[in-house]
Design a protein around this ligand. Structure first.
Ligand SMILES: [Zn+2]
Length: 386
């Protein structure tokens, strides 16, 4: 039997099927054709010898910035092979005024699958230091609803950066947050709220959020955190996670603090999803890529299967693509990451220049998107830093 690609002898980890073991995988016509211990009858056009490597569903990064007309934006197709990521969620780089252009010039042209959130600010993200919602005239909830209706196949939710220097203090801050929540409810989608130095405490903010809404940058340090000054996770945060609010990592260049994440994991509070918040200011460190971010959770003692689940299967559910993406089930889209797990001593840095030493580092060795090997190398930067 002819197939396009045969991945031979890798250790397959597919949390969607509770599968971990050495398997061959055959890919044909962009779909997973077969998964079995030894596929001898296939004549592949291309073979990947994956002995000693991990084979997982293509990684899904739930927080990137891929609209390159913003100063934050990165080229998704360059990121994809380097990081084993086959699907990305652009976290509201564009707003209602520029989303059409984002779609036309980039989303439709990328090989990488891009879903996107629409920023409450009509102009989207213009700079790190200019508050896109300080002037309330930029808040455009109706524009968000219309944009999502017009692009419902790719625009899946709403984004707001909840920082006092972005949405304003006091009532102005609340008004912006309520506009964002209203846009999410009226579009039938969900809200991703970035937490910065927020004008309101997180427990107060959570009271207004519904299951399926998301807090990103959940392990940030600074004045607004998910834990109190003694490091204890707020009861309201725990209760919110239990009722289905998503706590997303969104590492970024200012949003991941070892003290916070270590305290959280110690208290049994895990993130719902791992994501990078990759943009031009953190791709050369401390974030680098999705596998490096995942390695940080291996260092914290989270089992490999769990780390892969919250980087593949779980984000696929949030994007309402369960069964199609984030899985290696026969018949699903052939999005596959081949990862190398290196043993050694690796310096893992948070967003506050604090280092830890990890013993394992994941590196993307090969990335397959819709049944095609994506040209480009794996992530070798961190190996050089070893
Ligand atoms: Zn971001």
């Amino acid at each position: 039997m002819i197939c396009d690609i045969l991945i031979k002898g890798g250790e397959v980890v597919d949390p969607s099927q509770a599968l971990r073991g050495v398997r061959d995988i055959a890919v044909t016509d962009g779909k997973i054709a077969a998964v079995a211990e030894a596929l001898e009858d296939y004549e592949p056009r291309e073979t990947i010898v994956a002995r000693g490597l991990l084979v997982t569903p293509g990684l899904i990064d739930l927080h990137v910035h891929a609209y390159t007309h913003s100063p934050f934006g990165l080229d998704a197709d360059l990121l994809c092979p380097a990081g084993g990521v086959t699907t990305m969620l652009d976290a509201g780089t564009a707003g209602s005024y520029n989303f059409d252009a984002f779609r036309r010039s980039e989303i439709d042209r990328y090989e990488t699958q891009i879903y996107s959130l629409v920023n409450l600010s009509c102009i989207g993200l213009v700079a790190a230091n200019l508050g896109e919602l300080l002037d309330r005239r930029y808040a455009d909830p109706q524009g968000v609803v219309d944009t999502i209706a017009r692009h419902s196949d790719v625009a899946v939710g709403v984004k707001i950066r909840v920082g006092a220097h972005i949405i304003g203090e006091g009532q102005t801050g609340w008004d912006n947050l309520h506009d964002a929540l209203r846009a999410a409810r009226e579009s039938g989608t969900w809200l991703m709220a970035h937490i910065g130095e927020c004008p309101m405490p997180i427990p107060a903010m959570l009271e207004h959020m519904e299951p399926g809404d998301c807090i990103t940058h959940c392990f940030k340090g600074g004045s607004t955190r998910i834990n109190n000054d003694d490091g204890k996770i707020f009861d309201e945060v725990r209760a919110a996670a239990e009722r289905g609010i998503i706590f997303d990592v969104g590492h970024g260049f200012g949003s991941f603090q070892w003290d916070v994440v270590e305290a959280a994991i110690e208290q049994g509070f895990e993130p719902t999803t791992i994501s990078t918040d990759l943009h031009v200011k953190n791709i050369n460190g401390p974030v680098y890529d999705m596998p490096t971010t995942m390695s940080k959770f291996l260092m914290l003692g989270m089992p490999l299967e769990r780390v892969i689940e919250i980087s593949t299967t779980r984000p696929a559910e949030i994007l309402k693509q369960a069964g199609e993406l984030g899985t290696l089930r026969v018949g699903s889209v052939a999005d596959i990451a081949v990862l190398e797990k290196c043993d050694g001593e690796f310096i893992l840095t948070d967003s506050y220049r604090q280092n830890r030493v990890g013993r394992e580092l994941l590196i993307a060795a090969s990335t397959i998107r819709r049944g095609k090997i994506v040209p480009g190398g794996g992530g070798t930067r961190m190996r050089r830093l070893a």
